[in-house]
Ligand binder design. Structure first.
Ligand SMILES: [Zn+2]
Ligand SMILES: [Zn+2]
Length: 278
């Protein structure tokens, strides 16, 4: 099971369940040593997107800016109550020309996760789950690059999310050369900036057949075979880490986590189980 997890959501984002304390108790039950809370960062309405885009991308489900400080206080208050190390994080998007906003968020936190669920491209905001094709996938990479170059982020969540409904030149959801190129560029980017690179267990929640890895939405097995190839050629470079991306306390140690741990073992992927927090 996971010794530590840094990708955890609470009821502060309306699509997740459980108080911070419920997660802490579950983590203690699982004998975990460290837990980082990383709710979806607040996104103000005036953030370089239209009101429609803001709604279409479910920004109202992110934390409310007015409750953000409450969450951070809650985490601080639990630190002395339980025998587990707690960290304050968040999972943030990155849209261009809002760096002051991300700086302000980061200044309150121990670490910040980059999770690209939408991004700037084709003169609008594109949805990672449904808009990506071989033609615009470079914009997904560009978003990651510009975000990570700010040096505000410590961890790239589900780097393979661009493959969720990726369309190749044949209009098929397949791992083509372009998909592989993006995978390798994301690895290089995270190595260059010393950022953690996640294997996210939460994609199994939506996958039809959990026993068939080829059907997993994410982690994407083709993607992680490329990661493995890279790591064999370049040992000790990529900081690979498993994230539960828990949206309910049980997800810190559920069957999805177990299935991903098996996959990691089978592919012989070298994962770090602890994040160094400066
Ligand atoms: Zn979420
Ligand atoms: Zn998440």
């Amino acid at each position: 099971m996971l010794k530590n997890n840094y990708h955890t959501h609470t009821k502060y984002c309306v699509h997740a369940k459980g108080d911070v304390e419920d997660y802490v108790k579950e983590a203690v039950n699982l004998n975990m040593e460290e837990l980082g809370i990383s709710d979806h960062a607040p996104i103000p309405l005036n953030h370089g997107m239209t009101k429609e885009e803001w709604e279409e991308n479910y920004c109202y489900e992110n934390m409310d800016i007015n409750t953000f400080d409450n969450l951070l206080n809650e985490i601080d208050n639990l630190k002395s109550k339980y025998n587990i190390k707690l960290y304050k994080g968040c999972e943030s998007e990155y849209l261009y020309n809002n760096d002051d906003w991300y700086k302000k968020l980061r200044s309150k936190l121990d670490y910040m996760i980059l999770g690209i669920h939408f991004f700037n491209g084709e003169g609008r905001v594109l949805d990672t789950y449904k808009d990506i094709t071989y033609k615009n996938v470079d914009c997904y990479y560009e978003c990651a690059k510009r975000a990570i170059e700010t040096e505000l982020f410590d961890y790239l969540a589900h780097p393979d999310l661009y493959l969720f409904d990726y369309k190749s030149i044949n209009g098929k959801n397949e791992f083509d050369d372009k998909a592989k190129e993006i995978c390798l560029k994301l690895i290089d980017l995270c190595v260059k900036h010393d950022i953690y690179f996640e294997i996210n267990t939460n994609g199994l929640k939506y996958s039809k057949d959990k026993n068939n890895r080829d059907l997993w939405l994410y982690p994407n097995i083709e993607f992680f075979k490329v990661v493995k190839e890279y790591m064999d050629k370049n040992p000790n470079k990529l900081k690979l880490i498993i994230g539960a991306d828990a949206h309910e306390p049980k997800a810190l140690g559920n069957d999805n986590v177990k299935a991903v741990l098996e996959m990691v073992k089978d592919l012989k992927l070298d994962v770090l189980n602890k994040m160094e927090i400066k």
